[in-house]
Design a protein around this ligand. Structure first.
Ligand code: 4AD
Ligand code: MG
Length: 477
């Protein structure tokens, strides 16, 4: 018999058909009603067992978490809560589950508890919904770029450069840690290391992405990214996924348009394709909100918020305007910011970004034209000589979801900017070559994939939108 998934059966509702199913038991009620889930969708299907047809000892093995296969007829349900159910004719236990030890019981577990059981948490309603939406989000990214004529470029994971110049790198080495070779001045000698030089896991595929854009026109990368920063926040992972488009002949305005279009497209696809999971998460969030004090509650539900963002353009505001707004703001005047804003030139903290988005504009915001000295060396210098063509996309509840810029395409200025921040131009001669051989205006940005998944699922902690999170002190599973 051909294999059918529960999602297919619930969609087609063919009463009278005989089906074979495999899955995990969510609950077994009154020795009669099995709620069976196979992961294909949020809903479980009710499978009704005629008690007299099976041995009592055998039915004891049907417990929460056990894996079973069954064959039966689809019939119109006599009970409430579902329109069809399966009348079980054959039943097999594929994998027993010792119910007294199984941590995932049919009740509400805290997200903190489930993080400790990350190897099993995907079997819960919440995490399976999040993972299916993560898939929809990932698929939407590829669909968006493919339809716009971008090419997916696979950039290296092991590199010898530090694209962001921030120095938060995970080393990659095969040197013996118990006896590291040193040179005359006492520094590590990488000559005998695997690649003959010092290497690390990539913090961004951008620099290689630029090489692609200056040959293929429009490219995007979508890969794992690694940062050894000691940030224990609800927005940071040590291993996360980033989407980095890079486009020749695009200036900063084109870049902002593309970032907005991408975000909206992803949200629309999730609204369209993940209805059942979204409804579940919407209810879940509404429950959570009820338990919060009134003044901390979000004014919008999850689906309402997604529709709002997808139907409205993002506000564009320069860094200088934002500083004016922040300086005059109530929380700044009343000393409510942990980092008060007193002058132009300071870096914005997430409290400032969230004030702008959630309180002032009440909309996603793209900030642009930041001071040169708080941004990376590769961003294009404006004619004022002190700001760069940078942009950050800020989302409600998330803060920065994407960051990018028009790139500095002028060789001399780029070399000068590298030297100013202590980067030896010789180490990036391959990158500089693009500025020597047919340089052109180009732009790009990086969208944090998990931050986007957080936004579309409403999950408040980034550790709950990636199957197996890596954070400082945590690389289990
Ligand atoms: O702002 P970032 O550091 O920018 C870059 O890496 C550029 N090279 C991108 C480019 O222009 N091609 O990172 C981009 C985005 C952030 O806006 C954020 O959404 C996400 O990546 N991000 C993280 N997400 C999870 N955990 C972390 N530790 C993150 N660091 C950045
Ligand atoms: Mg950034």
């Amino acid at each position: 018999m051909p294999k059918t998934s529960i999602s297919q059966i619930l969609n087609s509702q063919q009463v009278g058909e005989i089906v074979s199913l495999e899955g995990w038991v969510r609950t077994f009620r009154s020795k009669r009603f099995i709620a069976l889930n196979d992961g294909s969708c949020q809903s479980s299907i009710q499978c009704v067992v005629e008690y007299a047809d099976f041995e009592e000892e055998f039915l004891k093995r049907i417990t929460t978490g056990s894996c079973i296969s069954l064959t039966g007829n689809i019939v119109a349900s006599k009970g409430q809560g579902q329109s069809i159910e399966v009348e079980v004719k054959e039943l097999n236990v594929l994998g027993d589950c010792s119910s007294d030890l199984y941590p995932i019981q049919p009740k509400r577990h805290s997200l903190e508890f489930l993080r400790e059981k990350a190897h099993l948490r995907l079997r819960t309603n919440t995490f399976s919904a999040v993972m299916r939406i993560r898939h929809t989000t990932s698929f939407a990214v590829h669909e968006f770029f493919n339809e716009k004529g971008f090419f997916n470029l696979h950039t290296p994971i092991i590199t010898s450069s530090d694209a962001e110049g921030a120095g938060e790198l995970f080393k990659v080495t095969t040197l013996p840690l118990e006896n590291v070779p040193k040179d005359d001045s006492g520094d590590v000698n990488f000559d005998s290391d695997f690649f003959g030089k010092s290497t690390n896991l990539t913090v961004s595929g951008q620099l290689e992405g630029e090489l692609g854009a200056l040959a293929l026109g429009k490219v995007y990368t979508f890969g794992p990214t690694f940062r050894a920063e000691n940030s224990n926040t609800t927005r940071h992972l040590s291993e996360f996924w980033m989407i980095e488009p890079e486009m020749a002949f695009h200036d900063l305005n084109d870049n902002m348009d593309l970032a907005q279009d991408l975000c909206k497209f992803i949200i629309d696809q999730v609204l369209k394709k993940s209805k059942e999971d979204l409804n579940f998460l919407d209810d879940r969030l509404a429950q959570e909100e009820k338990n919060k004090p009134k003044e901390q509650r979000n004014s919008m539900g999850l689906i309402e918020k997604l529709k709002f963002v997808s139907h409205n353009n993002f506000i564009r505001c320069s860094y200088s305007e934002a500083i004016e707004i922040l300086m005059k703001s109530k929380p700044n005047k009343k000393g409510k910011f942990k980092f008060p804003i007193s002058k132009w030139g300071v870096d914005l903290q997430s409290e400032h970004e969230r004030f702008l988005v959630e309180k002032h504009f009440k909309s996603p915001v793209i900030l642009f034209d930041y001071p040169a000295n708080i941004k990376a060396f590769y961003m294009r210098l404006n004619d004022d000589g002190k700001t760069v063509r940078a942009m950050d996309v800020l989302f409600p509840g998330i803060g920065e979801i994407a960051g990018g810029s028009q790139r500095e395409e002028r060789y001399d200025i780029l070399v000068e900017k590298m030297k100013a921040v202590g980067i030896n131009p010789d180490h990036l001669d391959w990158y500089l070559d693009t500025r020597k051989f047919g340089s052109c205006i180009h732009s790009g940005f990086g969208l944090g994939f998990e931050r986007m998944v957080q936004f579309v699922t409403g999950m408040s902690n980034i550790r709950d939108v990636i199957p197996f999170p890596r954070t400082p002190g945590n690389a289990d599973f």
